[in-house]
Design a protein around this ligand. Structure first.
Ligand code: F6R
Length: 594
C-alpha cells in the first residue's frame, strides 16, 4: 500500500524523509521517491527499496520535502510511475495515495490545453491541475484543483515559492505529526513516531497548510480545529495500528478492501460490471487453479460463476493439476494467487498455456511472477498482507470472483441491479459483524480447550468451512477438518464425541433444511456444536450450544461474512492458546517450491 511522508522544519529534510519512508516499509511497496524544495524541485525516485534510493542520492540541502512509497495500481512499477509527480514548470510536486476515478477525462482535457504527461498514473493530473489554478496562493490552487477530482486521495504538495506544504484528504488517511519548530506529514503514524508522539488526524474534506511554525486546517473554505492526540504506542505497535497482531488488523481492514475491490468496476447508472478483460466467448468451460486459501476462494467462485453465467467451471488444486490428465478443450484457465509466486500455481498456469489455453491470473501482488506467465491479469486490491494466514486477500478474491461472475451474468437487469446493490452494502455488513467480535472471542474460549474439530457446511459455503478449518489449524495448531455436512455419516461420525466440537455454517439458502437435519445427527453424538446462522434463526438457536450470529445477506455473498466470522474464531482461539499468530511454525507467506 502506498505511503506518504512530508517534512517542513528547521532540520535537513532528506534524512528525515528517508527514515520516515523506511518506517512505512512494512506496508509493502514496489518503488519510492522524494522531492526536495530549492530554487527548483529536486526529485529522486526509482523502483526498489528506500535503502537503494538512499545510496544513489546526493546530499541536498533543503528544509522542506515530500516522499512516497508506491504499491502500483495505475501503471506498472517503474521510475516514471513512481511518486512524486511534477507539473510542467517543475515547480510543483505531489505525492498521492488513493484512486482518482475521473483521471482519464481530466488528463485528456489537460493534454488538450497543452500539459505534457510523463507517467501512466492517475496521480499526475493533480500537479497539472494545481499548476493550472495557481495564482500565487498554493492552498487556493489545491482547493480549486480538488474541485475537479472524483475519487479518493490523500496528498501532500510542495511548491518552489512556498515555505509551507499543502495537504488534503478524502477517504484516504493522512496525519500531521506536530513537532517543535517542525511538522511532519504521513499516511500512517509509524512514519512520524521517531520525532513526535503528537498527531492530528485529518478528516475528509480537510485541506491543511503546514509550515515550520504551525498548522492551519480548512474544510469547505472554513477554518476548523482538529484535536492533537498523544500516541501511546511504540513503532512496532504503531505499524499494527494498535492491533495486537497484523492478522487482526488485516481482518479489520476488510470493509475497506471490499470497497476498493469494486471501485471503478461497477458502472452504477447502467448496473453493469466491467473488469476490462474482454468477452466470455469461444469458451466451453472455465478451469480455476489455485492452492490453499486461494483454492477455497476459487471453489466459491465456481458456485457463483455457474449460478450466474451458466458455464461449467472446474476447480483444481494447482499442485494436482500438474499430474492430472484433465481434459482441456476450449477452456479458459484462471490462476488465483495472492502472492503471485506460488510455485505450483505458476507451473500449472504455464502448463495450461502450453496446452494452448487462454490464461488469466487473479493476483494481489503487482508485478509478481504470475504476471509474466498469464496473458491477462486482474488485480485484487487487498493491499500488502503481512500475516502469514491469508484473510483480507481471501475476501478480495471472493469479491473479484463475484465481479467476474456478474460481468458475464446471464440474468435479467433487475436481478443484476439487486445483486450489485447487495454487493455494495457488503462492507457495512462485514463492519456489523466485526463490531460483534467480542461474542466470537467468547466462543473461541470454549473452542481453545479442544485438540480436534470439524467444520461443516453445504453448497457455496462448503469451501468456506474448509477455509475455516485451514485457518484454525494453521494458527491455533488444533487439528481441524472441513467436511461436507452430508459426508460425516459416511465415516467421520466414528470420531464424533463430546470432545470433538463441530462448527457448522447454516446458510439461509436451499441447503438449510438438510443441514439442520445433519446438525441433529451431530448433536445426537454429543459433539459441542457452534453454529454460524443468520440473525433470528430460532431453530438453530435451540439446537446449537453457541451461535455466532451473521448479519442477513444475499445467500450468494454469505461466504464473505461466514469467512470473516471464521477468521475471527480462529484468531481468538489461537490467541487464547498463546500461539505466534502472525508467524505460525513451519509456514511461509509465499510458497515458492513445489
Ligand atoms: C493460508 C494461506 C495459504 C495460501 C497458499 C496459496 O492462510 O495463506 O494456504 O493461500 O499458500 O498462496 P497464494 O495465494 O499466494 O498463491
Amino acid at each position: 500500500m502506498c505511503g506518504i511522508v512530508g517534512y517542513v522544519g528547521y532540520r535537513e529534510a532528506q534524512p528525515i524523509l528517508l527514515n520516515s519512508l523506511k518506517r512505512l516499509e512494512y506496508r509493502g511497496y514496489d518503488s519510492c521517491g522524494i522531492a526536495l524544495q530549492g530554487s527548483i524541485i529536486e526529485v529522486y525516485k526509482d523502483v526498489g527499496r528506500v535503502e537503494e534510493l538512499e545510496k544513489m542520492l546526493p546530499p541536498v540541502e533543503s528544509k522542506i520535502g515530500i516522499g512516497h512509497t508506491r504499491w502500483a495500481t495505475h501503471g506498472k512499477p517503474s521510475q516514471i510511475n513512481a511518486h512524486p509527480h511534477l507539473d510542467c514548470s517543475g515547480k510543483i510536486a505531489v505525492v498521492h495515495n488513493g484512486v482518482i476515478s475521473n483521471s482519464q477525462s481530466l488528463r485528456e482535457q489537460l493534454v488538450g490545453e497543452g500539459h505534457r504527461f510523463l507517467s501512466e498514473t492517475d496521480t499526475e493530473v493533480i500537479p497539472h491541475l494545481i499548476e493550472k489554478h495557481y495564482q500565487g496562493n498554493l492552498a487556493q490552487a489545491v482547493e480549486a484543483a480538488l474541485g475537479y477530482i472524483n475519487g479518493s486521495y490523500s496528498i501532500v504538495v510542495v511548491h518552489t515559492e512556498c515555505e509551507e506544504l499543502v495537504v488534503a484528504r478524502n477517504e484516504s488517511p493522512l496525519i500531521i505529526g506536530v513537532g517543535d519548530r517542525e511538522n511532519l506529514i504521513a499516511s500512517d503514524v509509524p512514519a512520524v513516531l521517531d520525532h513526535t508522539d503528537r498527531v492530528i488526524y485529518l478528516e475528509d474534506g480537510d485541506i491543511g497548510v503546514v509550515s515550520k511554525q504551525g498548522v492551519r486546517i480548512f474544510n469547505n473554505g472554513v477554518a476548523v480545529r482538529r484535536e492533537k492526540h498523544r500516541i501511546p504506542w511504540n513503532i512496532e505497535e504503531a505499524q499494527k495500528s494498535g492491533y495486537e497482531h497484523f492478522m487482526l488488523k488485516e481482518i479489520h481492514e476488510q470493509p475497506r478492501v471490499i470497497r476498493d475491490s469494486f471501485r471503478g468496476y461497477i458502472r452504477a447508472i447502467e448496473s453493469v460490471v466491467d473488469l476490462g478483460i474482454g468477452k466470455l466467448t469461444h469458451f466451453d468451460n472455465i478451469l480455476l487453479l489455485a492452492c490453499g486459501t486461494s483454492y477455497y476462494a476459487a471453489w466459491v467462485g465456481k458456485h457463483a460463476i455457474e449460478k450466474l453465467v451458466r458455464v461449467p467451471v472446474m476447480v483444481e488444486l494447482a499442485s494436482e493439476f500438474n499430474y492430472n490428465d484433465t481434459v482441456l478443450g476450449k477452456t479458459w484457465v484462471i490462476g488465483i494467487t495472492q502472492s503471485g509466486e506460488t510455485a505450483d500455481t505458476l507451473k500449472a498456469l504455464k502448463r495450461a498455456k502450453g496446452l494452448g489455453c487462454r490464461t488469466l491470473a487473479i493476483a494481489n501482488v503487482v508485478e509478481s511472477s504470475v504476471t509474466r506467465i498469464a496473458e491477462q491479469i486482474l488485480y485484487v486490491r487487498a493491499g500488502p498482507e503481512i500475516s502469514v494466514a491469508a484473510t483480507k486477500s481471501f475476501v478480495a478474491q471472493l469479491v473479484t470472483l463475484y465481479l467476474l461472475a456478474l460481468s458475464y451474468a446471464i440474468i435479467d437487469t433487475r436481478s443484476r441491479e439487486r445483486l450489485i446493490t447487495e454487493l455494495r452494502i457488503l462492507p457495512n455488513k462485514v463492519q456489523q459483524l466485526l463490531n460483534e467480535e467480542e461474542k466470537i472471542a467468547e466462543c473461541s474460549k470454549c473452542l481453545a480447550k479442544y485438540e480436534n474439530a470439524f467444520f461443516v457446511a453445504r453448497g457455496i459455503n462448503l469451501p468456506v468451512a474448509l477455509e475455516g478449518a485451514l485457518k484454525l489449524k494453521e494458527i491455533s495448531y488444533i487439528h481441524a477438518e472441513g467436511y461436507a455436512a452430508g459426508e460425516l455419516k459416511h465415516g467421520p461420525f466414528a470420531l464424533l464425541t463430546s470432545n470433538t466440537p463441530v462448527i457448522a455454517i447454516v446458510a439461509q439458502d436451499d441447503t438449510q433444511e438438510t443441514l439442520i437435519t445433519n446438525l441433529k445427527e451431530i448433536k445426537a453424538r454429543e459433539s459441542p456444536l457452534i453454529a454460524l446462522a443468520e440473525e433470528g434463526n430460532e431453530e438453530v438457536e435451540k439446537l446449537a450450544d453457541r451461535v455466532i450470529w451473521i448479519p442477513r445477506v444475499e445467500p450468494l455473498f454469505s461466504p464473505v461474512l461466514n469467512g470473516v466470522a471464521l477468521q475471527l474464531l480462529a484468531y481468538y482461539t489461537a490467541r487464547e492458546r498463546g500461539c505466534p499468530i502472525d508467524q505460525p511454525r513451519n509456514l511461509a507467506k509465499s510458497v515458492t517450491v513445489e
